[in-house]
Design a protein around this ligand. Structure first.
Ligand SMILES: NC(=O)c1ccc[n+]([C@@H]2O[C@H](COP(=O)([O-])OP(=O)(O)OC[C@H]3O[C@@H](n4cnc5c(N)ncnc54)[C@H](OP(=O)(O)O)[C@@H]3O)[C@@H](O)[C@H]2O)c1
Length: 199
């Protein structure tokens, strides 16, 4: 008789409470929708309330719970504190924090100033190149972005940039009991970019 397959432990996320920052766009939005499918109770942060509401609707359609919206700018310490407090007041606890809020500033060590450095360090996370709005928001026009994505075929060992869902799946794994003996690890989700020669 065939042994019964053990359930994949990512399903342990069901019923957990997660706060996702950057939920109004890109990786954070995709992670929120995947978490909703996995039965997670969500608190969603971003600054653009219209986009945040769109993500919340997609989460509600995909899952069983109505997400809590906790919009605000996370470079403001008081907003960070209130975001956590509102989440805990609403759900009574907080199990998972997905910190996907972030910005990108174009430039090198020679051309970046302290204001740009501080602005980035006040917010960010770092995967390989993932197709989202972040590069265009940092100033690339459509033509420059198309060239940049073409170049990604050389800078990533897998010969392509990543999709938001590929990061969301890794986040779901790390947040679940499937990763129960993993602590404080840096997990590159970057199509092998870290193993390639720089630029
Ligand atoms: N995609 C890539 O290739 C790539 C590469 C390197 C690093 N990353 C990092 O990955 C993370 C996710 O990026 P993404 O590609 O998903 O970018 P994205 O589509 O531009 O989304 C960025 C998110 O961060 C939020 N955000 C930015 N500044 C914020 C602030 N001060 N307070 C609150 N929310 C803020 C934005 O909210 P609003 O739109 O509502 O303002 C948005 O939801 C970021 O940390 C980014 O730097 C991405």
């Amino acid at each position: 008789m065939a042994a019964e397959a053990a359930p994949f432990k990512v399903s342990s996320l069901s019923g957990k409470v997660a706060l996702v920052t950057g939920a109004s766009s890109g990786i954070g939005a995709s992670t929120s929708i995947l978490f909703a499918k996995l039965g997670v109770k969500l608190a969603l942060n971003g600054r653009d309330v219209e986009n945040l509401t769109k993500t919340a609707k997609q989460c509600k359609d995909a899952g069983q719970h109505e997400p809590l919206l906790v919009p605000g700018d996370l470079t403001d310490e008081d907003t960070v504190k209130k975001t956590i407090e509102k989440t805990i007041a609403h759900y009574g606890r907080l199990d998972v924090l997905v910190n996907s809020a972030g910005i990108l500033v174009m430039g090198s060590i020679e051309t970046t100033n302290m204001e740009q450095y501080d602005r980035v360090m006040n917010t960010n996370v770092s995967p390989g190149v993932i197709i989202t709005e972040v590069h265009k928001r940092a100033g690339l026009d459509e033509e420059q972005y198309a060239k940049f994505l073409e170049k990604c075929k050389e800078t990533h060992a897998l010969g392509r940039p990543g999709e938001v869902d590929e990061v969301a799946q890794a986040i779901a794994f790390l947040s679940s009991d499937a990763a129960s003996f993993i602590t404080g690890v840096n997990l590159p989700v970057d199509g092998g970019r870290h193993a390639m020669c720089p630029r």
